[in-house]
Structures are given as C-alpha cells and as structure tokens.
Design a protein around this ligand. Sequence first.
Ligand SMILES: Nc1ncnc2c1ncn2[C@@H]1O[C@H](COP(=O)(O)OP(=O)(O)OP(=O)(O)O)[C@@H](O)[C@H]1O
Length: 593
Amino acid sequence: MIATLRALALVCATAFRVSKKETIAAFTETVGQILRGLNPLFFGLFASGVVHHDPTQLIIAVAGLACSTGITGALQVIGVNARIKQQTYVAFEFSRQTSLLMATIETLDHHEDPELQDKLQTFRTWSGSVGQALNAVLNLIHTVAWSGTTVVVALTADWRLLILAALGVPRLLLIARTARWDKIAEEKGSPYRRLTDRLVDLTRDPDAGAEARVFGLRRVMMQRIRDSARAAQQPDLVRNSKHALLDLCNGIFYFGGAIAIIGWMISDAIDGSVSVAVLTIAITSIGSLQQVSSNLVANIKWLGEASRSAVRFVWLRDYAAGVHHRYTGELQPPARLATGLRLEGVSYRYNGAEHDSVHRIDLDLPAGSVVALVGENGAGKSTLVKLLTGMYQPTEGRILVDGVDLAEIDLTAWRERASAAFQDHADLEFAALHAVGLGEVGRVDDEGEVRRALHDGAASDVLTALPDGLATQLGPSWPAGVDLSGGQWQRLAIARGMMRQKPLLLALDEPTSALDAATEHALFDRYAVAARSAGGRGGVTLLVTHRFSTVAAADIVLVLAGGRIVEQGTHDQLMAAGGAYAELYEIQARGYR
Ligand SMILES: Nc1ncnc2c1ncn2[C@@H]1O[C@H](COP(=O)(O)OP(=O)(O)OP(=O)(O)O)[C@@H](O)[C@H]1O
C-alpha cells in the first residue's frame, strides 16, 4: 500500500511538474461531476411540478437541468482536452526517464538475468499506463464526487435507496481480490510475451532469416510464435472470464434487489405514502446508483493498473539506483598508468551458474604492455575483458589500477579512460563519420580524428569503398543506405575503439573474428607496434583471440582454459616450454600451411 501511494505521489508530482496548467484545468471537471449528480433531484422536481401544476418547480427543474447539463458539458470539454495533453506530456516524460534508466544502469548483468528480464518485460508491456496514472486518479476523484452527490440526492428522497446503494458494496469489497487476478495475469504472461517478442524479432532479422530459409524453419517458427503468443494470452483469458462471471453475478444481485425495492416503493406510492417526486427520483436513481459501484470498480481497477505500472517504474528506478550504489567509487583514475593493472584472486560467476567462469586469477598486466589473451571457446576470455572494463564486478578478489581497487574508482571515469572493440559489436547504422566518431562522443564530428582512427584500426580501405566517404549512410534499410560485409562492420567497430586517444586500457575482444587468420595476424602486429610507439602512455593493450598463431608480437601471452590462466610468457618462452600453447600453436599453424 505504501509502495502504491509512493508511486502515485511520484506520478502526480511528475504530472504537475511537466504540465501544471493542464493538471489544474483537469480538476475543473470535478465540479461538473458534482452538478451531474444533482440531475435526479431536478427530475424529481420536474415530476412534482407537472403533478402539482406548479410553474415555479417546473422552471427551477428545467433551469437546474439546463445549467447542470451545460456547465458539466463545458467543463468536460475543458477537462478532457487538458487531460489528453497532460497524458501525452506525462507518458513522454516517463518513457524518457525509463529509456534513460535502462541505458544508464552501470553493469551488464541485468541483461542476463531471466527473472529481471521477465520483470522488465512486464514493465515494458504495461509502462504506457504510467502516463495514465494521474488520469486514473482524476477519474476516481470525479467518480467519488459524482457518486457522493448521487447517493446524498437519493437519500434525501427515501431511506430505502440507501439499500440500493449498499447492493453495490459486495462488488467493491471484492476489488482487492480482482486486483490480485489482474496483477497475476500481467506477470504470468511476461515470460511468454518476451519469448514471442524474441521470436518475432528473429523473423525480422536478415541473418536469422537466411538460416530460417536454408533450414526450412518457417512453419516451425510460426508454430512457436503461435504457441508462445497463446501462452502469453492465456492468463488474460482466464482473468477476463473470472471478471465476466463476477460482473454477471453482481448484475443479477443488484437488479434483483433494485426490482424488489422499487416494487416496494411503487406499492407505497399507490397507497399514497410516497410522492411522485420521490418515486421519480428513485426510478432515475436505479441506473445511477448501479453506476456508482460499477464506476468506482472500473476506476479503481484502472487506477490499480496504472499504479502497478507506477510501482514497477519505481522498482526500476530503485533497481538502477541499487546497481549505482554498488559502484560507490569516487576516485579518479590516474592520468597515465605507472605500474599497470593487477588481478588478485579474481573470480566471476554468472547469475544462476554452478561454476565460476573465471576462477581465482592472479595476474599482472604491466603499464605499456601488449597482452594477448588466448584460449578456446568458453575459456573465459570475454568474461575477463568485461571484468576489466567494469561491466561486471568480481564475485571474489579485486582488480587494482596502479594499486588502487577498481571498486574505489569512479566507474564512469574509468570507462572514459578505457576503450574497446568487441566481437559482438554494434552495427551503428548512422553516417560513417558518426559510426566511427561515436567512439569518442566529444569528437564525433571531427573528420580528421575519424580518419586517424580508421587508419589506426586498419579500416581506411573500408572508407575508400563508401560512395560518399564519411557522409555515407550505413545500413541498407535507410534511404541511400549502404550495407557492409561482416568484416567491414568489424573494422569500423575497431576504428571506433581507436577514437579514444591514450586509453589506460584498450581491450580488443576478438574484434577480428570475421577476418582471415593472416589479416588478423597483420592487424595484431600493427596494433602492437602502434601501442608501443605511443611510448610512455602507459596504457595496457589487451588482444583477445582464440587463434594462437596471430599473437606472437605480444609482450605477454596468457593462455586461459576453464576460467584459469594455465600458461603465461612471451611467445618464444611458451614455444620453448612445449606446453599447451606450443601444442595448440603447432596444430593451428599446420592448418594454415
Ligand atoms: N551470460 C552468461 N551467463 C551464464 N554463463 C555465461 C554467460 N556468458 C558466458 N558464460 C559462460 O562463461 C564461460 C566463459 O565464457 P566467455 O564468453 O568468457 O568465454 P570466451 O573464452 O570468451 O569464449 P569464446 O571464445 O567462445 O568467445 C562459458 O562457460 C560460458 O558458457
């Protein structure tokens, strides 16, 4: 309850902040709702005027009805327009804040936790209703204002109408239970909605599309999409049936009671103990009193949906803040590395995994060194790179930067002093200038720097092949957009990694996997030379590959297997030692001869 109130208060405060005028205007509608509730009174007066031939009553009744209808209508137009505008502003503000939160969560582990992903999916599916939360609050206020007036007007006519109003109470009492049904339905369908979205994305993805065609997967994919979509809808269908049954029972109960009470009042009217005016008020109140409970139920339900979304938004905000608080480091990284990076007993275990992917690694990466990290698939190379770039925090041990624990260093500042190119790079479908320049946001438009980065990343020939040079739009799905081969995209990603000058850590995590071994070898040699010629910058260059034959130029070669460093030394030392490196090097080299 406190969480709901806190979330709603946040929505109301945000609405007021982003749309003051509209929020105030929306409240004027409440006055109209109170006037609307007086209508049965005017109808009663009208009936009494007709029966008693009293022109004063007739004039007051008609004037009252005209005023209430006219003013209610005018205030409704003002209020509805204000609400539409306000809802747009509020929805935009929350979607802006949500995107910002999702994009700025410091680490990557939330991308890999299924439970978190399901929660995010539920949030994404219902996030639109956060923008409607204030609208729902307003509607509830209007409904309460109108309902209060309606009940008071009915009561002034005859006490039995209170029984009629009370017939709606059982349905109101069941609201907590039906809200639980709604919440369960929203959450139960999320894993299947996520699966459906993923499958639909696959059908749109050109690479997956090629495989689907080769393997004839169309029918299988369609079947899976159908099954998961059905499973996603199932909880909604069950919930809707329960609601329908409850509404039916409630309707029968209410109208049964209403018929009995009105019958009783008609018999009294025939006896003359109930006036025509009171009977008219009672009859015109049947529908209104039924609407009191059904409107309250509908609005509370709507408010419930909106507040659940608001609570989820607060959860996401708290989650992001929680991640942020785990990274409380405030120290600035050094301007240049003096001694280098050191790993002390570093382990990392993924959420839900049974074993460490990186296990108790002790390692020195001296300042200015070029380090090659080799190992077979699944050895733990990428995990180590992500630990060094601060994407994950070690589950055990620590990483030292010139003797200072990375956990004590401001993570954003550390990332700003690192650079990287990954095997799973992003294909940034912008103008080529920006696709590379975004490697250093402050220099994104600096053509000279972008050309330098392309040169350092050995990607200048990619630029030569582009029809409009750096102005070329990349990505075939855009007007005049040019598609690149996998290797060309990779080389642009490497160039992007070269935009940042003098990084303390340059991590190249298999960025050349789409290139042939000879080209990769040449590129690595070039990076090694470039890293050394940068002289005293002191940064560590980390090259990751599973091709043993391409890293001979590195100062240190680390061989990783099963999450542990099994050998380390220079290429010559490792070859002389005749261990795993020498053996695998020979096997791979034979393959290329
Ligand atoms: N998100 C994840 N969740 C759980 N386990 C993971 C995750 N990512 C990687 N792993 C596991 O961690 C281990 C190391 O994976 P990692 O990606 O670091 O290896 P790698 O040496 O980079 O492999 P490759 O050469 O294939 O890229 C593997 O056993 C892998 O299954």
